[in-house]
Design a protein around this ligand. Sequence first.
Ligand code: SAH
Length: 194
Amino acid sequence: IGAQKDRVLTVEEWLQKWETGAAAFHKEQGHPLLQKYLDVLLNGRSGLRIFFPLCGKAVDMKRLADMGHSIIGVDVSEQALKEFFADQSLPYCEEPVPGISGAKKLQSTSGNICLYCCSIYDLSSAIVGKFDGVWDRGALVAVNPCDRQRYVSLMISLMEKNSSYLLVTVLYDPNKHKGPPFYVPESEVKSLFG
Ligand code: SAH
């Protein structure tokens, strides 16, 4: 953990990953753990507002939208978000976001998928509302280690009272790989989320 503590990836480095086709974290198939724990996320509820922080072009956004949920995502890469709509053959429209200069909101014409192109740290519940569920795959583990507490505090502020949060982490020796994905031990997950 110590080995990764000071590592920082800039927004430019993330944009570059998308530009150079180095976005190796993207999966063409839906995530098996979302499939496995979907019932926990939904908890018998329907028509939820589900948040995908640091969403990339995750195909699961389309799958959950098709099930009748409303999907909100955020990513700094406009390329990733546009590729999502293109890959899924979904028409969308684009508009500025009042309150966040330079940000864009890309919304499917059908209205049930709304992706913000900006830094997650620009969001607040005043702008995006609160969520009934969160799918965090490649988000907490992608956030710079120095920003974890800020990220988690923001996520908590975006959650409704009864919301559920599914978090995917990875286990490996942090001395052997510099990340991302960063190694976030379970004890830290517990202390971060309280
Ligand atoms: N959740 C996706 C992508 C994971 S990779 C998946 O599972 O495939 C992490 C993503 O976070 C990248 O797409 C990167 O562009 C985005 N990102 C990095 N820092 C960000 C920030 N501060 N705000 C919003 N998005 C960010």
